[in-house]
Design a protein around this ligand. Structure first.
Ligand code: NAD
Ligand code: MG
Length: 381
């Protein structure tokens, strides 16, 4: 009998969020394989303290130092880098929302870690830098996003020359069958009512505008090295088929499960192995029927096309798209702009700022800041 390998150390960045808490449920069941070595959060000290009590990580970081932080915790954005580069960490699960997750991903890759990446914004802002960091050392990115986990599982190690195209599925969000007129009056509460997924507020709004699917098309481009004309999107309201891969011989492979993020989180930790786990409810094709597919309505959801065009344009455009979207979503959630203003803000920032230089991290972050400033000034938010 071979002795069991020592559990791998995992840093969970963004442990108090939707993906972070999902990941800790998975890690709690998989204590023989994984050990929580580090936890970080932005500001929810009460939940972070409870998580630290349950998992006893060697490192805890909270970005916003406040009165209720523990003295032993590291504060500031440096805490994210510290957690991501520790010697006792093998896998960094990046579940931070937005551009705030970029530096931790890059630092983890430069330290040779596996990054289980939920923070798709990292790849959208700096896909070329991420690919270069992976190529330069032993670091690797394994996606947590359910569509990309599906594609990884469907491709199953075959070379990209055998892949004809991938088709990402999109639930269509809460406004799938709303008219343009009705969309104009959509409230924050309407937009937060997602039909199939329970997620953080930012990605829930992104799912309502379909900006999330644009981020995912760009994410797929960088993860799988596919040109944009080989990445398509189809609406699948039941969220059971997580994506399709069509191979050059015409065979189409899909990955399916009851919608739960526990499976892609687990797979990002264990890839390419599969391990027993009871986090996914039983698959019953009869109960899950019917499964339907429909085209995207680009007129009602312009953010998708704006994002794909930004991906095709390359350079600073994806970072501008992402930052304008983040800023507009925050303004919408704060009641400062309307739902229909979100794609308007993105379009306005892209028109103005796409040509900014984009060769380095600092240039990309300058484009990010310029896009946020542009949206704030133009929309007075
Ligand atoms: P969330 O808002 O629920 O959680 C975000 C986490 O990031 C929290 O722990 C928060 O403390 C931390 N955080 C926020 N701002 C931070 C900052 N400035 N610095 C450091 N930490 C910060 O978000 P979520 O829904 O869990 O999404 C996280 C990421 O995963 C996003 O990129 C999202 O697109 C992606 N994702 C989420 C889901 C899902 O089901 N929720 C599915 C696929 C991909
Ligand atoms: Mg997704």
């Amino acid at each position: 009998m071979t002795p069991a390998a020592a559990p791998k150390g995992v840093a969970v960045l963004g442990s108090t969020g939707s993906i972070g808490t999902t990941a800790l449920r998975v890690l709690d069941r998989q204590r023989a394989r994984f050990r929580v070595a580090a936890l970080t959060a932005n500001s929810n000290a009460a939940l972070l303290r409870e998580q630290a009590r349950l998992f006893s990580p060697a490192f805890v970081g909270m970005v916003e130092s406040g009165g209720d932080a523990d003295d032993a915790w590291q504060s500031g954005t440096d805490a994210l880098i510290a957690a991501a580069t520790r010697d006792d960490v093998d896998i960094v699960l990046n579940a931070i929302v937005g551009a705030a997750g970029l530096d931790a991903t890059l630092a983890a890759l430069e330290s040779g870690k596996r990054v289980a990446l939920a923070n798709k914004e990292t790849l959208v802002i700096a896909g070329d830098l991420v690919r270069a960091a992976c190529a330069a050392g032993s670091g690797e990115v394994v996606p947590v996003d359910s569509e990309h986990s599906a594609i990884l599982q469907c491709i199953a190690g075959r070379p990209s020359s055998e892949v004809k195209r991938v088709v990402l599925t999109a639930s269509g969000g809460p406004f799938r069958d709303w008219s343009t007129e009705r969309l104009g009056a959509a409230t924050v509460a309407d937009a937060l009512r997602h039909p199939t997924w329970q997620m953080g507020r930012k990605i829930t709004i992104d799912s309502a505008t379909l900006a999330n699917k644009a981020l995912e098309v760009i994410e797929a481009h960088f993860l799988f090295g596919l040109s944009y004309d080989r990445i398509e999107v189809v609406v699948h309201p039941q969220s059971v088929v997580h994506s399709f891969v069509e191979f050059i011989d015409g065979s189409v492979v899909a990955q399916m499960s009851v919608p739960t993020m526990e499976l892609p989180v687990l797979y990002a930790l264990t890839h390419p192995e599969r391990v027993a786990d009871d986090g996914v409810p039983a698959f019953d094709p009869v109960k899950l029927s019917p499964m339907t597919f429909e085209p995207v309505n680009h007129e009602r959801f312009p953010a998708l096309h704006l994002g794909i065009s930004a991906g095709v344009a390359g350079g600073a455009a994806p970072a501008v798209f992402n930052a304008a979207n983040e800023c507009a979503v925050a303004a919408f959630l704060a009641g400062k702009i309307t739902f229909a203003d979100i794609p308007r803000a993105i379009s306005s920032a892209l028109e103005k700022l796409t040509a900014m230089p984009a060769g380095t991290r600092d240039q990309l972050l300058a484009a990010d800041s310029a896009a946020r400033r542009h949206v704030q000034e133009t929309f007075k938010c």
